[in-house]
Design a protein around this ligand. Structure first.
Ligand code: A3P
Length: 299
């Protein structure tokens, strides 16, 4: 199957067009297994995102929220010792690696993450799991992705990556179809799919942590503002970036990346420092065109 799929080599990655999305070549076979064999549990929560749109933050927030009663003393929390990627298993790599037996051994409720678009999730997940999705302004995604990829490819020109993003041909792209897949699913099944934005999280993290907690079936009581604050504080960019565990070592299996590469600037609007106004307008127009009539506001 994999060999018959259209192929591109871009920004150092081998990509295959699978069911409308450009997947990293080494994920395709695992994705098919994920689609066919993943056995969800009723209390599973899956965190979904396009790469570089807030995955690490969402993992930390969801993990801290789910485990808050297990670690009432903030100084004991595992997020002080472990990178968020080591707390929430990454389904796409687990299946790519043939390691799905690991998932069986996880205690319930399981928290896992994926970069797959909603339309590529297993039917069993679509029917039976809660999925929280975070999206971000694609312009800031490109900037974040470029800095991330440059850790491996220092010579990668920004303009080249920008072209690939506009063509939709970067890992799990096109980004607009990825975002729309979750947007539509969240409209159809708001009890199953929570749609979050990185920029909203920055503006009022506590408000969206409450939404996330409620969605995951672990609501904070109205009087629990202190517990919400503790989660927000533990997962804040400054706190996470400053932890020793996030300054050294690497996260991920196939393409292990330095842990510090997941904490760069943590702001909205950094695209102004990297793109010409023409580039910004061009990407905005592509996205606006794709979002037209869907009810989803373009950035
Ligand atoms: P920047 O490169 O713009 O700084 P992902 O986790 O999906 O790979 O996304 C990485 C982006 O999220 C990076 O953006 C990173 O700095 C930012 N990020 C990571 N942890 C964060 C946190 N706790 N709060 C806010 N942003 C965070």
């Amino acid at each position: 199957l994999v060999a018959a799929l259209p192929r591109k080599h871009q920004a150092g990655l081998e990509l295959r067009l699978y069911q409308g999305f450009w997947l990293p070549d080494h994920w395709v076979a695992g994705t098919v297994v994920f689609q066919r064999r993943f056995a969800p549990r009723p209390d599973d929560v899956i965190l979904a995102s396009y790469p570089k749109c807030g995955t690490t933050w969402l993992k930390a927030l969801a993990f801290a929220t789910m485990t808050r009663d297990a670690y009432p003393a903030p100084a004991q929390h595992p997020l002080l010792r472990l990178n968020p990627h080591d707390c929430v298993p990454f389904l796409d790599e687990i299946f790519a690696d043939g390691q799905e037996a690991k998932l069986e051994r996880l205690p319930s409720p399981r928290l896992m993450n994926t970069h797959m678009p909603h339309t590529l999730l297993p039917e069993s997940v679509i029917a039976g799991c809660k999925v929280a999705y975070v999206c971000r302004d694609p312009k800031d995604m490109v900037v974040s992705l470029w800095h991330f990829l440059r850790r491996r490819q220092p010579e990668l020109p920004f303009a080249e990556l920008f072209e690939h993003v506009c063509d939709g041909a970067v890992a799990v792209g096109p980004i607009w179809d990825h975002v729309l897949s979750y947007w539509r699913a969240s409209l159809a099944r708001p009890d199953r799919v929570l749609f979050l934005r990185y920029e909203d999280l920055l503006l009022d993290t506590g408000k969206h942590v409450r939404r996330l907690a409620e969605f995951m079936g672990r609501p904070f009581s109205p009087a629990d503002e202190g517990a919400v604050e503790a989660v927000v504080e533990l997962c804040s960019f400054e706190k996470m970036k400053g932890l020793e565990v996030n300054k050294k070592g690497s996260a991920g299996a196939y393409h292990a990346m330095p842990r510090d590469s997941f904490f760069r600037k943590g702001v909205a609007g950094d695209w102004v420092n990297h793109m010409t106004p023409e580039m910004a307008t061009r990407l905005d127009e592509v996205v606006r065109d794709k979002f037209r009539g869907t009810g989803l506001a373009a950035p």
